[in-house]
Design a binder for this molecule. Sequence first.
Ligand SMILES: Cc1ncc(COP(=O)(O)O)c(C=O)c1O
Length: 354
Amino acid sequence: MSRRLFTVGPVEVFPDTLDSMNRPMMVHRGKDYQDLQHGVVEKIRKVLDVDTEVFLAPASASGFLEGCVRSAVENKMAGLSNGSFGDRWQLIGQENGKKVQKISAEWGKALRKEHVAGKLEKDVEAVTVVSNESSTGILNPLSEIVEGIREQSEALIMVDGVTSVGAVDLKPRKLDLDALVFGSQKALALPPGLAVVCASHRLMEKAAKVKYRGYYLDLMQYKRLSDKDLPLTTPPVSLMYGLDYQLDKILREGVQNRYDRHQRMADMVREWASKRLGLYAEEGYRSNTISVVRLNGMDFKEFDKRLRQKGFEISPGYGSIKDETFRVGHMGDLSEKDIQDLLNVMDEVMEEMA
Ligand SMILES: Cc1ncc(COP(=O)(O)O)c(C=O)c1O
């Protein structure tokens, strides 16, 4: 049975996007592939308004979260966290043998400048920050966090934009971010399998000095080949066709229009959730791509089962708040009409269950 996905990723991929990938395979060491990769990289720069390096890997986004740590941290990093994905990047650091200064804030609340200002240890080489914390539905205020870091430290700033890139203006040029990592299966509305990182020249200079960066996710290896518009290893060619198509779609829609649409969809879900059950994230810092809704005693299994029977899918809670919340994804190519359909069906199911 077909389902309409209002999930946190993979998200709904529209038929025209799926069709765009249904093209003959090509070998990746040749002019046709080089032209495709060159075009994709240029369009990413245009959509995100960056002039950084742009690398693409056959991996989920976590691949480059790890690749950044391995490539740019010799000894010590700091990991900011106010949720599961912040914790995850700290863990990636630890499991790669780095010392990690953990800076943690309360879940459901935004990370603020005061959490970092004056708090970073002197020998920290890089700071990891999650822009949109998908477990709690908080969009962290990146510019004040970056300001807090830069006031005291020259550490690289590496940002997880997994559930914000393509939906929210992160201003990577203005904030001069050193790494911005994301994947194909979230707000870009593609199937999973491609990781992307925008990496600053400062980060690449640092990487050149770091020992034992590995191979598969080493940003220096990517740089060597991407200068010739080539991939490091065999790329997911079909996904590259799809990404090229989606980037054209985003440029046709207009980047700001896309951000505005995400704002409107988020407003609709928030209004519904505030009236019906309540939201987990603090007001003023709520995500424009994922709303984390309090269960307030509602039986999620039953709610989810009934929604699926009507052809709709949402996501359960995540991490330590898994049993208190559920999550609604409102990103990618969805429209306000799609969101209204979901809200109507959620109303219907809640009435059935009352
Ligand atoms: C904020 C955030 N960071 C990282 C990840 C991990 O991404 P992936 O599963 O593509 O490796 C996710 C996945 O949901 C996420 O939401």
